[in-house]
Design a protein around this ligand. Structure first.
Ligand code: VTB
Ligand code: MG
Ligand code: MG
Length: 333
């Protein structure tokens, strides 16, 4: 495609235009969920986010397929893996979603719940069931391979501390507070490193590693969910850093299902560039207040939102503050 003597591949122009469209989608999902924040009802908030996200997605000029998304694992409301979204009038794209990441955080109005999704050229986001994933992530500025999913926690902390030029005790690792991490947490603490525990929200958790000076987080370690892994990888692809993940396919059923979705090697260790292998756009809107994003604010005339959008093709990160007037009037049905 040519305009003003600049030649830009068609796909890139479409992707560029769609970047801001994604903001509308996550904004809608976030506001819908935020209306139910602090109500103690995770399912209702999740359902509201899912419905709003689906409705907005179906307005977009895309021929999209959800290739990975949260909801199957705990039978929560969801956009189904394999579901086609968009008005079919545009490019074929892969979609990864977590309409409400941190349902518990939203239900309790605790910090850090977000509405998040990624869109990329068809065939470039890891297509997999909603299973667990082993993850490791660090921010930009380190030599490749400074940490490794298959190395021991001790080795990873030591290697990272050396690369950063600090003592292991000056490293902070972010880990989900789960019984499955008891040994991991003990191993990390043994090195002297500090462990920051979170109850939910490892998409943001991985993203925090990209800016240790601000967040205080140097490394993310442990087992979270796979869709969140793909979403975080998409964001990290844009801002730099390193991440690796491995699906946990611990039953025949999961292995068969994953295989039917194209996972040839159930033990494969995916690099960030394989979790999201093409140009990808990731958008997240805050539902409740958090370190990454401010939550939704409801006023009598105006609803306010904060969204962050990552675009890997150019490494652009935008923070978009939205003031929505007559929010419901123009978006019913
Ligand atoms: C993590 C966490 C998410 O799911 O991915 C987690 O970051 C993994 O599942 O916020 P378990 O809760 O079973 O440990 C969430 O908590 C919810 O999507
Ligand atoms: Mg969710
Ligand atoms: Mg989630």
């Amino acid at each position: 495609m040519t305009s003003d003597n600049i030649t830009v591949p068609q796909g890139q122009i479409i992707e560029r235009i769609l970047t801001l469209e994604l903001v509308r989608v996550t904004e809608r999902a976030a506001v819908a969920a935020a209306r139910l924040r602090g109500q103690g009802n995770e399912k209702a908030a999740d359902q509201a986010a899912v419905d709003a996200m689906r409705r907005e997605l179906n307005r977009l000029p895309i021929d999209g397929t959800v290739v990975i998304g949260e909801g199957e694992r705990d039978e929560a409301p969801m956009l189904f893996i394999g579901e086609r979204v968009g008005n079919r009038m545009g490019p074929k794209v892969d979609i990864a979603v977590d309409p409400l990441e941190g349902t518990t955080l939203c239900a309790k109005d605790m910090p850090g719940s977000i509405a998040v999704m990624a869109m990329a050229e068809a065939g470039t986001l890891l297509a997999a069931p909603d299973v667990y994933m082993h993850k490791i992530a660090v921010g930009p500025g380190y030599a490749r391979g400074v940490v490794d999913l298959d190395a021991s926690p001790e080795d990873n902390i030591q290697s990272l501390a050396k690369a950063k030029g600090v003592k292991p005790s000056e490293i902070t690792a972010l880990i989900l507070d789960r019984p499955r991490h008891t040994e991991l947490i003990a191993a990390v603490r043994k090195t002297g490193a500090g462990v920051r525990l979170i109850t939910d929200g490892d998409v943001a958790g991985v993203i925090f590693t990209s800016n240790p000076a601000q967040t205080g987080v140097d490394i993310y370690l442990g087992i979270g969910a796979a869709p969140e892994g793909v979403l975080a990888a998409g964001a990290l692809r844009c801002i730099g850093g390193q991440m690796q993940g491995r699906l946990i396919l611990d039953t025949e059923e999961k292995r068969t299902r994953a295989a039917s979705m194209g996972v040839k090697d159930p033990n494969k260790r995916y690099d960030m560039t394989e979790l999201a292998s093409g140009d990808v756009v990731v958008a997240a809107t805050g539902v409740t207040d958090g370190a990454l994003l401010k939550g939704v604010r409801f006023g009598s005339e105006v609803i306010e939102t904060e969204t962050i959008v990552y675009r890997s093709a150019t490494g652009t990160v935008r923070r978009i503050y939205g003031e929505h007037r007559q929010f419901d009037k123009f978006h019913l049905g």
